[in-house]
Design a protein around this ligand. Structure first.
Ligand code: PNS
Length: 162
């Protein structure tokens, strides 16, 4: 049976670290669904449609043909069930990510016992890269093109220029 995994996240915006995880996961599953979370409590720089479009373009540029990009609202385990997914993928950049990720994985499995989470480690060269930090650097006119695809660096420049 074809195996499908879901990689959920805020992706505001997607970074080279996320793309490294997407690339690795796409090789392990027949289909990977990147699920962009709509969280009313957060104030993202890019709205859900924009975040989806940025991930889609980045995946197209990487030639990843088995990756779908969608958005979701509400509980992740419900999305997992809806998609009939075999696993949730999350990236672990460093040990400091582990505690929160471990808690989330167990909560999701408590909510649905079939909800398994698999952790993938991106290349250590991305261990310090986060969307939050990239936005802060961009807001302060710093150079972010090493951490995101060039078209996203350009979007960040436009978005954050005064
Ligand atoms: O990129 P992020 O912000 O670390 O992603 C977090 C995300 C979106 C995966 C997480 O907040 C999530 O799963 N949200 C959906 C709500 C949910 O299911 N919460 C209960 C399980 S922790």
């Amino acid at each position: 049976m074809a195996k499908l995994a879901v990689y959920p996240g805020s992706f505001d915006p997607v970074t080279n670290g996320h793309l490294d995880v997407i690339n690795r996961a796409s090789k392990l599953f027949d289909t990977l669904v990147v699920a962009v979370a709509i969280n009313a409590a957060k104030k993202p720089l890019f709205n859900a449609e924009e975040r989806v479009a940025l991930v889609k373009r980045a995946c197209d540029e990487m030639g990843l043909t088995n990756v779908r990009v969608e958005y979701f609202q509400g509980l992740l385990h419900e999305e997992v069930r809806k998609l009939n997914a075999n696993a949730i993928i999350r990236g672990l950049r460093a040990v400091s990510d582990f505690e929160w990720e471990f808690q989330m994985a167990l909560m999701n499995r408590e909510l649905d016992e079939n909800c398994e989470t698999l952790f993938l480690m991106p290349s250590p060269k991305y261990s310090f890269v986060s969307s939050t930090m990239i936005k802060e650097v961009a807001m302060l006119d710093g150079e972010v093109s090493k951490f995101v695809p060039e078209f996203i660096a350009e979007e960040l420049r436009k978005r954050t220029s005064k």
